[in-house]
Design a protein around this ligand. Sequence first.
Ligand code: FAD
Length: 411
Amino acid sequence: MKKLLVLGAGTAGTITANKLNRRLDSDEWSITVVDQDRIHYYQPGFLFIPFGIYEPDDVIKSKGSLLPPEVELVVSEIDLIEPEQNRVKLVDGGNYLDYDVLIVATGTQPRPDETPGLTDGSWRDTIHDFYTFDGAVALADKLRTWDGGRLVVHITEMPCKCPVAPLEFTFLADAFFHNKGMRDRVELVYVTPLDGAFTKPIASEHLGRMLEAKKVEVETDFAVERVDPDRNMLVSYDEREIPYDLLVTVPVNMGAEFVDRSGLGDELNYVPVDKHTFLSKEYDNIFALGDAADLPTSKAGSVAHFAVDVFADNFVRYAKGLPMVEEFDGHANCFIESGFGKAAIIDFNYDTEPLPGKYPVPGIGPFSLLEETQINHWGKMMFRWLYWNVLLKGRDTPLPAAMTMAGKHAE
Ligand SMILES: Cc1cc2nc3c(=O)[nH]c(=O)nc-3n(C[C@H](O)[C@H](O)[C@H](O)COP(=O)(O)OP(=O)(O)OC[C@H]3O[C@@H](n4cnc5c(N)ncnc54)[C@H](O)[C@@H]3O)c2cc1C
């Protein structure tokens, strides 16, 4: 019996375990998944918690309920991968798990400790985040009673997972304060290390116009050096200063520390892999999927989903000693909630930036790329059901893993 060991039961790990459990012969392969947490968080839902649109219970399910009974779930923090011995050391009891093939799917985590001053005293008081469950819940408490001032939404560094989420937060904050009748008492500021609203030029222009329409001040090319919590000030390396009354920051995102300890990571603890097959550049029995990999595309659940579709087909061949013929193209898509019951959507890959048009059916949609519509908003709201019931379970969807140009047009 061969052993497939999956590290991480988040989006990528769960989809992989479900898909491969169906595709591999159970007399030949056993599948074990390790995660430190019994709870699976629907992270896109963290965006809605601060504004009271979702309650905390809306974004959690037990990891066990999302995996098939044939897959073993081990709940423990991972300490170390020993790739030369084909084994993984767990923190709990110092036990080892052997593997024939290893998949690293431990994602990326916010690391507020990486920015001086961020967690010194004002953390979860005048400085908040919404990239963690606890952070989103604490921010909901804060916003319930906040009586206005200068709200600065800030991205520390790229790459961060779901790079549109800070924009969505800003749009929703605009709508939230409008609906509370206090928008005139809130100065909204968007601070980014990028030279515009987004990483790709056409989308950046569209999203920049949306920020402008919502009267959000934008500060670009801001590489934060430290936060001065005594003066409520963001300070950049080029000595610019941005004052805030309430700071909502997206901290540095980094892969798991054990990846670094195991000698498998780059400077941000992401595993260097072939961007088409996810095979480690160093070991021919280690793959990395989802945010844990150093793929040059967005760190997003949609990428994990499309990537695992490609990976599962390849893995069946790989398991038989055949060459992997499928190639992942970097396909990503994301709804961008923009407030007042509307959203936009983007769809792109390694080579093609987000373009306007219709998605997924060319000429029809129902979703409109780079345009704010109510149908896009309903797509975003329905996505949670799809996530729990279809995507995580590894069920097939009519959406092809590869991006298509049909329905898109260059401006
Ligand atoms: C606020 C927010 C909004 C988002 N919105 C969207 C969106 O609209 N669309 C979209 O596509 N994506 C969105 N994302 C991104 C999406 O959630 C992630 O890209 C996706 O979850 C990545 O999947 P993953 O499996 O790689 O990592 P994760 O789902 O994060 O899973 C990693 C798992 O590894 C485990 N783990 C980590 N370290 C260890 C360790 N040392 N020992 C044991 N276990 C460990 C963790 O407990 C976790 O279960 C959003 C994310 C956030 C935070």
